[in-house]
Design a protein around this ligand. Structure first.
Ligand SMILES: Nc1ncnc2c1ncn2[C@@H]1O[C@H](COP(=O)(O)OP(=O)(O)O)[C@@H](O)[C@H]1O
Ligand SMILES: [Mg+2]
Length: 206
């Protein structure tokens, strides 16, 4: 077992599961949280993530297979996805991929699922296409505001981590998204993104 990544929330190891290349995702104890609450949060996110990763497959979202979940240890074994993180791709390739990211996010929203952590570190480009990861903060919702929160986070990530391409990348993302959800709903959600952004600005002023 080898440590691959230390994420914000979890440690990621490369491991073997029944002879398969796999990822072991362990949600670590956080000492700043009250112990009982910490266990509850880590257990909930582990269960939520493993369920949602499997569930969204039913409507065509490409995610890793879940091999095994240990709720008590707050860990799970996932299929190892070979490829490159979108965050690490050259700018032109990130732009090109954004349309497909928009399409995937559109399918999630169309089926009432908010991802909750839409960053360019949560998508891997493989030879067969894009795979989406990290459903620990996902939830079922039918609220326009929740979908807008997803979009707004992704826009913010483009703005901060990929500033030189944000306009083109965002436009293509919306194009892919709109292909799935249609013009009217997409416009409604984008309007809500603007409302949230305004809210943020006022909050900064106060
Ligand atoms: N199934 C997987 N296959 C390949 N790499 C993965 C896989 N799952 C996670 N990773 C790598 O580990 C990183 C962190 O994993 P992630 O599930 O996003 O945890 P966190 O919740 O800490 O962000 C990802 O950005 C990716 O580089
Ligand atoms: Mg992540």
């Amino acid at each position: 077992m080898k440590l691959l990544k230390k994420g914000a929330e979890a440690d990621i190891y490369t491991a073997s599961w029944n002879g398969q290349n796999s990822i072991l995702k362990i949600r670590k104890k956080k000492d700043y949280r009250i112990h009982s609450l910490d266990i509850r949060i880590r257990t909930l996110r582990t269960i939520r993530e493993s369920k949602m990763i499997s569930e969204v497959k039913s409507f065509g979202i490409p995610t890793p297979l879940v091999y095994f979940v240990d709720e008590k240890k707050c860990e799970m074994y996932l299929q190892f996805i070979h490829g490159k993180l979108i965050r690490d791709l050259p700018a032109t390739q990130i732009i090109r991929t954004c349309k497909e990211i928009g399409r995937i996010v559109g399918i999630l929203h169309k089926n009432g699922v908010m991802h909750g952590d839409l960053t360019t570190s949560n998508f891997i480009l493989t030879q067969k296409g894009l795979v989406i990861l990290d459903f620990g903060l996902s939830q079922k919702t039918d609220k326009i505001d929740d979908y807008a929160i997803d979009l707004r986070l992704f826009k913010e990530v483009l703005n901060s981590a990929h500033a030189q391409i944000v306009d083109d990348a965002w436009a293509l993302f919306i194009l892919g998204y709109q292909k799935i959800l249609g013009k009217n709903i997409t416009e409604k959600i984008i309007n809500q993104v603007l409302v949230i952004e305004k809210r943020g600005r006022y909050a900064n002023v106060v």
